[in-house]
Design a protein around this ligand. Structure first.
Ligand SMILES: Cc1cc2nc3c(=O)[nH]c(=O)nc-3n(C[C@H](O)[C@H](O)[C@H](O)COP(=O)(O)O)c2cc1C
Length: 434
């Protein structure tokens, strides 16, 4: 295989407590709100030449499971979370190349505020910011922003279409050479090169221009994870990188990627300008047996604390899974205004089987030695055709960061499958390099 693939990391459960009740909690476990653990992660990722780190987010204390917030608070599941945009500058100061991608919801931000925040972050990171564009799913979050519930699922993507149109025009409202900085005339910026956008659409009214110069990347890379047919169409139109679970096999991953690329081409985009990254939860150890034992322990822990997993499933879909039998297949009559692609994948399975395999999420078992897992990734990418993997672990510790960044990735590098250095300054250019 000549073309390398990309690596990114999904900071699942956002800027919140990570490992705290497992064997390697870290001596600073009670300081989870400080950036230290995340800085260690970012530095490890940068040594391993990852493209980017996504900081997941949601902004409510959920109460879908059993109609109570107790389980979520008991396990630190989806809450607490600090604001991901606050973490970004700390990570930027300690790294030089890594792309940093906070999650910001179009259901929570007005477009001008989001455009301004991301433009500012792109300036202070000198062109390393991305935006994980999400539409929201849990009604509890909508209730923190003046609504009783979210808009209907597909309409949220209509809103997101208009939102992205406004945001990208604001990002480009200043021409690249608008700032003159001429002391003699004097002229800081040339008014002829700064343009209002005068947007009046169905959902938003924004005059513009944004009150800051074009940022290093201008149009910041957009990351998206819509999995439903409407979500995929949105992603094919706007995303520079798409993150997805992949469907459980190399064949389903390939089918998903081929479809997104075909949709993008039909919309007039170059399919190679979208990098599709597939979730992977590698469990690495020095022998196959040791890795399998680790996996066995993870699955046993998932079953022991099944409330935690069921509460997550409830949060994503708005369905209270405490009311459904644990060992009966989920009926196809279940519907959701939340994550439709997640629910579609679960229909026909029992909650028990979903809980047991929760940690793998992608449905593919990346358990083994670094050599074994690197070989799997190589074969899978060969079959899929590109573009890379999104490593994740909901409650990782520093040991896990080491295993991936100092164990698995060097083996991928040795095989020539991933990059060994950064060729460009900006996140977008590194992402589009291959
Ligand atoms: C890897 C991955 C990461 C995601 N991160 C977030 C996130 O941080 N915040 C959020 O509200 N939704 C997040 N989502 C949810 C997606 O934005 C989207 O709502 C979900 O995939 C369901 O899309 P669908 O209803 O079009 O199938 C994520 C989804 C995936 C697969």
């Amino acid at each position: 295989m000549t073309k390398p693939f990309h690596l990114a990391w999904f900071l699942s459960q956002g800027y919140g407590p990570k490992t705290w009740r497992t064997a390697w909690p870290g001596a600073d476990v009670d300081r989870w709100m400080m950036p230290d653990l995340f800085i260690d992660l970012a530095k490890g990722m940068e040594r391993a030449c990852f493209d980017y780190l996504i900081i997941e987010d949601s902004s409510n204390v959920p109460y879908t499971y059993k109609g109570s917030h107790d389980t979520y608070l008991q396990y630190a599941a989806s809450t607490p979370k600090l604001d991901p945009a606050v973490l970004v500058p700390y990570l930027a100061q300690q790294t030089k190349h890594l792309g940093l991608v906070p999650t910001l919801s179009v259901s929570e931000y007005p477009p001008y505020l989001l455009a301004r925040l991301v433009n500012s972050l792109d300036h202070v990171t000198e062109g390393r910011i991305g935006w994980n564009c999400v539409t929201g799913s849990n009604d509890g979050a909508a209730q923190n922003y003046g609504h009783d519930k979210h808009r209907p699922h597909d309409e949220r993507y209509d809103v997101a279409d208009e939102f992205c149109d406004v945001v990208t025009r604001l990002w480009e409202a200043w021409e690249p050479d608008a700032v003159v900085l001429d002391r003699e005339r004097p002229m800081f910026a040339d008014g002829n090169k700064v343009h209002a956008i005068h947007h009046e659409g169905k959902y938003f009214k924004v005059r513009g221009p944004i009150n800051a110069p074009r940022s290093p990347q201008g149009r910041v890379p957009i990351c998206q994870a819509g999995g439903s047919p409407r979500g995929q169409r949105f992603a094919a139109q706007w995303a520079d990188t798409i993150i997805t679970e992949g469907g459980g096999s190399a064949a389903s991953m390939k089918a998903y990627r081929d479809k997104v690329r075909a949709t993008a081409a039909a919309l007039g985009r170059d399919p190679d300008s979208i990098k599709v990254l597939f979730l992977a939860h590698p469990i690495i150890d020095v022998t196959m047996d040791a890795a399998r034992e680790r996996q066995r322990l993870e699955q046993a822990a998932a079953l022991e604390h099944m409330d935690m997993q069921l509460s997550s499933m409830s949060r994503l879909t708005g369905i209270d899974f405490s009311k459904l039998p644990f060992d009966e297949p989920l009926p196809d009559t279940l519907t959701t205004n939340g994550h439709q692609s997640a629910l579609a994948k679960w229909i026909g399975k029992t909650p028990r089987s979903i809980v047991t395999t929760w940690a793998t999420k992608s449905g593919i078992d990346y358990t083994g030695t670094a050599d074994h897992v690197a070989g799997m990734m190589q074969d899978i990418m060969q079959e899929v055709g590109g573009d890379g993997f999104l490593i994740f672990h909901g409650y990782f510790d520093r040991r896990y960061v080491m295993e991936v960044c100092e164990g698995l990735v060097p083996e991928l590098q040795r095989r020539g499958l991933v990059r060994k250095g950064y060729a460009h300054k900006h996140f977008r250019d590194n992402l589009m390099e291959f």
